[in-house]
Design a protein around this ligand. Structure first.
Ligand code: PEP
Ligand code: CO
Length: 467
């Protein structure tokens, strides 16, 4: 007879008493979505290098974000979370970064103006280089190779060499995250985000947009408001001059996350210093598995993707595991139900969380539940299936989310979009009425379809009207 020996962590978990946390205890639990790194010692060498490099963010910034998220949870602030589904090494360019920053700034200006709340800006950037995948292996013409898992892991070309996970890419990703952050910090410090000069955020191609006039009216009104306040106070509105940007990425490759998990002088606890807001995916979200075990011990706020298949009991248990002290600002629940499901699937979760009295910040991601596949003609390739999302469905989910939260007596404290500042054609609809045949023109995403600049700004204007 075989005797199964449980690890100490599994025993503690099954007994309901949690062991003291260590940064590597996740290793004794099942860890999903981890790359099959070659067993040649390179990974350990790379991780040791990353662990010795300076961190990307500081514990002080993380603590600041946590307090801002706590304020969003009670409706005092509003969270705008946005960026790419997957960042690429190629996309680490000054134009893409500034365009991304511009659209997030414009959207937050619109949201601030409408809601009279300070907006917390979190970008899905500077580290969003690894993706969970639903298949391990991709087969083409009888050849099977490991699936592409993001630029941190392997490369998309369909060859054995490109698809073999390469630990050196983790270092390249860490460096690009640092380059991205360095540029963003320099732009912000140099006055790029100064509210007195929102004209700096205009993107060339959008001057003729049907939305330009509405946006300009709003900017003018804000400018006048600023002037009025400054005349009254006799000083420049310094507080409003500077805005902060925080970063986030999915906490997926645990070796990498652990390498950047540190203790810091004068603060207690362990901090993941690779990002301000790591988040937990659906495929890695089982309560007794490695990702949850790792996340429960770090001090960062934690985002959790909540799709329509999460049960209320499961969600409450997860929040309690990750936030036993019931600390405000610690948990961000990002629901992604789909326009057709949200009315049925969201209310039970809201009620269960309220009954359990776990403080959470609720955020609506109206993108991921509304993905569909259409077939488009793509030059030589002929008819190919393409993932897209309809602007109308995205908006419909968002509008329902506001209503459902209001009806339940809970607070929708933020929104989460997949967007880009570039002129892509990946989502259908919007003011310019993009149709299926437009998808072939400028579809650049390697994964999920993003709102382009104009669609994102329009979404913000429509949400603003609603607020
Ligand atoms: C995402 O969050 O961008 C995403 C694609 O999520 P998932 O793969 O977990 O559905
Ligand atoms: Co996505």
């Amino acid at each position: 007879m075989q005797v199964q020996v449980l690890s100490p962590v599994l025993i503690a978990v099954s007994l309901g008493s949690m062991q003291p946390w260590t940064a590597d205890a996740w290793r004794s639990l099942p860890a999903r979505q981890q790359p099959a790194w070659p067993a040649d010692g390179q990974l350990a060498e790379v991780l040791a290098q990353i662990a010795a490099l300076p961190p990307l963010v500081t514990s002080g910034e993380i603590a600041e974000l946590k307090s801002q998220l706590a304020a969003a949870a009670t409706g005092e602030r509003f969270l705008l979370h946005g960026g790419d589904c997957a960042e690429s090494f190629e996309g680490c360019r000054s134009s893409s970064i500034t365009n991304q920053l511009k659209i997030l700034l414009q959207m937050s200006l619109v949201l601030t103006h409408a809601s009279r709340k300070r907006v917390v800006r979190v970008g899905r950037f500077a580290g969003q280089y690894a993706k969970p995948r639903s298949i391990e292996v991709e087969t083409r013409g009888g050849v099977s190779l490991p699936t592409f898992r993001g630029d941190n892991i392997n490369r998309p070309e369909f060859t054995q060499e490109a698809r073999t996970p390469n630990p050196q890419l983790l270092l390249r990703g860490y460096e690009r995250s640092a380059l991205t952050l360095n540029f963003i910090r320099a732009l912000v410090d140099g006055g790029f985000a100064d509210l007195h000069h929102p004209e700096q955020w205009n993107l060339d191609w959008v001057v003729h947009s049907p939305l330009a006039a509405e946006y300009k009216r709003m900017v003018d009104a804000i400018g006048q408001g600023l002037q009025f306040m400054e005349t009254l106070a006799g000083v420049r509105v310094h507080q409003m001059q500077r805005v902060d940007f925080f970063t986030s990425h999915e906490c997926l490759v645990l070796d990498l996350e652990q390498a950047q998990t540190r203790q810091v002088p004068r603060r207690s606890g362990w901090w993941n210093l690779s990002t301000h807001l790591p988040w937990l995916g659906a495929r890695t979200g089982a309560i007794n598995e490695a990702h949850v075990e790792y996340l429960r011990g770090i001090e960062n706020p934690i985002g959790i993707k909540v799709s329509s298949d999460r049960t209320a009991a499961d969600l409450v248990a997860l929040c309690e595991r990750l936030n036993p002290q019931r600390e405000s600002g610690r948990i961000v629940l990002i629901h992604r139900m789909g326009a057709h499901q949200i009315a049925a699937t969201l209310p039970p979760l809201l009620h269960a969380i309220m009954r359990a009295k776990v403080p959470v910040l609720w955020v609506c991601d109206p993108m991921h539940g509304n993905t569909e596949t259409v077939v488009v003609q793509r030059g030589e390739q002929g008819a190919v299936p393409v993932k897209t999302r309809k602007f109308a469905h995205i908006l419909a989910e968002l509008e329902q989310a506001f209503e459902i939260h209001a009806a339940a007596g809970s607070i929708l404290g933020g929104v989460h979009f997949e967007l880009t500042g570039d002129n892509v054609t990946e989502c259908l609809g919007g003011a310019r009425g993009l149709v299926e045949s437009d998808l072939a023109r400028a579809y650049h995403s390697s994964l999920d379809p993003r709102l382009n600049y104009e669609q994102a700004l329009e979404m913000a204007l429509l949400v603003a009207r609603r607020m």
